[in-house]
Design a protein around this ligand. Structure first.
Ligand SMILES: [Zn+2]
Length: 612
């Protein structure tokens, strides 16, 4: 169906099989919205759910907790009984009648997962906001927004528009749930991206902020350049379903930092502003846009279709998130919005995190991906040992992406990670029809496609065995040398005790975070909650005092520690080592030779891919 026909079919009154939502905001100061859902006639019992999870977020979020004042009526307004057997869903005794289901929603968190309703906006992540009925998932959806009068609110969303600016549509529940919506007096910028075969896509940026138009224009220009670089990798946009992609940005003191990918849009949120956090906010925009290919359309089999009633774990987040993490900064660098030195710093961060991670003793990138439901905005109140057992699939995956890209480029046969990503796009991502994924991939598909791309199945098998299913790390020093980046200990003469977070107050100094296995402070026995009494007989006033103490020492020195642990006094010897952390520096800034071959390698890697 054409999009216009779809919109007309859904938004005209005729079809009785559409699920119709209406949202009003009677109490924005207290963060309430009122929601009405008209479900068409279905079975004897209608099973109405609030989602427990939201696509792109991996923990359970139990959205039913913020729903109350729930009622069901028939078309004549007569009350229909509701039975509840668990906290997640309502059984409506429908007896084959259409059902009107109404409730109040409380929401006060603006990010990629939740909803926030207040006098400035309604920021709605759909699974956090809208109830749905089992068995009606394939029905078309129509939704009417009724903003408070006088606020100047407009609607920004990837939903299908209609001639009425407050009436929107979706072909089915999955697309509806994937379509976060911002209602506010946002600022708006738009531009087009032309692609092969005369295709043109429109990119829109709806920004709700307290900054200036000049800041918005500078930001939009940065995003435009990044979009062009990423299109350069794949040769085309991700073929947006209505030829339109929308950045929904909320940079407000009352928003929470996040970025969340969707098929034709993203939610970008932060309590910071463009004036204070421009580069970081741009990096998140880069990350989420790359997801329009890698995650939304090049999509893991475990995520498609998404099940809103449970966590949806996938063993390939090192690829979906990690490779996206690798490309977000690469695109910013290629767009000329980051220097080689700044890029080298991001590389150093990733390399240090991967090389030093104690979590690699136990878990591979595949294992780490499967831990996502416990770490991705998960909420439980008992302490976890993740500092010693977990390494983020973002970080490790970016490290794998870096290692694979530089390994492929080092083979000097023209193969690159860009080429591999483009092949993944062609085989698995590029949609055959709107709203669909061409072919969700498995981890075996990734390995096989890499082998076919390189023309060397054994290479792919070995790479996956060592670095994806295994726990090895590539030799970053030699790989980066190819591009004229030097990997050296950053501060080899500095004394190092390992990370130790301390908080001092009038009662003394407390260790506030976990200590890391294999570091001197861990080996000395210090752990979270311990009270640091003295170091070499002198009290330690807090973090700064501790840092100062170490600065005056050398690797090999010892410090006599006294601390209280669970009510008893412990005396231990802390043996300082040389700081093991690595630095990555461009050769031309390190005062060593930068060869023509290295320069050419770096230009091919970090140079612009955007079509002029
Ligand atoms: Zn991501």
């Amino acid at each position: 169906m054409s999009l216009l026909l779809l919109a007309l079919a859904i938004t005209t009154p005729a079809p009785h099989d559409t699920v119709r939502y209406a949202v009003t905001f009677p109490n924005p100061a207290h963060h309430e919205a009122h929601i009405t859902v008209d479900f068409p006639a279905a079975g004897d019992t209608l099973e109405v759910w609030m989602s427990r999870s939201s696509p792109g977020r991996y923990a359970l979020h139990e959205f039913a907790k913020n729903v109350y004042d729930v009622h069901a009526t028939d078309r004549a307004g007569r009350s229909i009984p509701i039975v509840r057997r668990d906290p997640y869903h309502w059984l409506v005794v429908a007896e084959r009648r259409p059902v009107r289901f109404t409730y109040t929603l409380y929401g006060d968190r603006a990010d990629g997962t939740y909803a926030q309703i207040d006098p400035t906006h309604a920021h709605l992540n759909m699974p956090a906001t809208f109830a749905w009925a089992r068995g009606l998932e394939t029905r078309a959806v129509a939704i009417r927004f009724a903003p408070p009068t006088g606020g100047g609110w407009r609607v920004a969303t990837q939903l299908v528009p209609s001639p009425d600016p407050l009436l929107w549509a979706a072909p089915d529940l999955a697309y509806f749930m994937d379509s976060p919506t911002e209602l506010s007096a946002f600022s708006f910028r738009t531009w087009t991206v032309s692609g092969p075969g005369g295709r043109t896509d429109t990119v829109r940026l709806a920004l709700h902020h307290e900054g200036t138009d000049a800041e918005l224009d500078r930001y939009a220009e940065g995003v435009r350049k990044i979009v062009a670089e990423q299109v350069g990798v794949f040769g085309e946009t991700a073929r947006f379903d209505h030829g339109t992609y929308t950045f929904l940005a909320d940079y407000l003191p009352w928003a929470s930092g996040d970025g969340m990918e969707h098929r034709n849009s993203t939610v970008l949120s932060s309590s910071a502003s463009l004036a204070t956090a421009f580069d970081r906010l741009l990096l998140t925009a880069s990350h989420e846009f790359f997801h329009s290919w890698n995650m939304e359309r090049i999509r893991a089999a475990e995520l498609e279709p998404f099940d809103f009633t449970r966590a949806n774990p996938s063993p390939t987040l090192w690829f979906g998130e990690g490779f996206t993490n690798y490309y977000d900064r690469l695109a910013v660098r290629r767009a000329g919005l980051m220097s080689d030195s700044a890029f080298a710093e991001t590389v150093a961060e990733a390399v240090n995190a991967v090389v030093a991670a104690p979590g690699r003793r136990f878990n591979s990138p595949v294992d780490m991906s499967l831990l996502a439901p416990f770490v991705d905005a998960a909420a439980a109140i008992d302490p976890v040992n993740f500092p010693n057992t977990f390494l983020s699939y973002y970080t490790w995956g970016a490290g794998i992406g870096l290692g694979l890209d530089l390994t492929l480029r080092g083979r000097l046969d023209g193969r690159t990670l860009d080429g591999f990503m483009r092949l993944m796009w062609e085989r698995f991502g590029r949609p055959v029809k709107p709203y669909t994924v061409r072919r969700p991939y498995t981890i075996a598909d990734l390995e096989r496609t890499l082998g076919e791309y390189v023309g060397d199945a054994a290479f792919a098998r070995a790479f996956f065995a060592r670095y994806v299913r295994g726990r090895d790390v590539p030799d970053y020093a030699s790989l980066l040398t190819q591009a004229g980046f030097l990997v050296r200990p950053a501060a080899p003469r500095a004394a190092w005790a390992g990370p130790l977070s301390l908080a001092g107050d009038s009662t003394g100094t407390t260790v506030t975070g976990a200590t890391i296995a294999g570091t001197p402070v861990y080996e000395a026995g210090l752990d979270r909650g311990d009270r640091l009494v003295s170091a070499d007989g002198r009290p330690v006033a807090g973090q700064e005092d501790w840092t100062g103490l170490l600065a005056a020492r050398a690797p090999g020195d010892s410090i006599q520690l006294v601390f209280r642990q669970r009510g008893r006094e412990v005396r231990a010897v802390l043996r300082l080592r040389a700081d093991p952390r690595l630095g990555v520096r461009p050769a031309e800034r390190a005062g060593v030779g930068f060869t023509e071959a290295q320069r050419a390698f770096r230009t091919a890697w970090l140079g612009s891919r955007a079509r002029p």
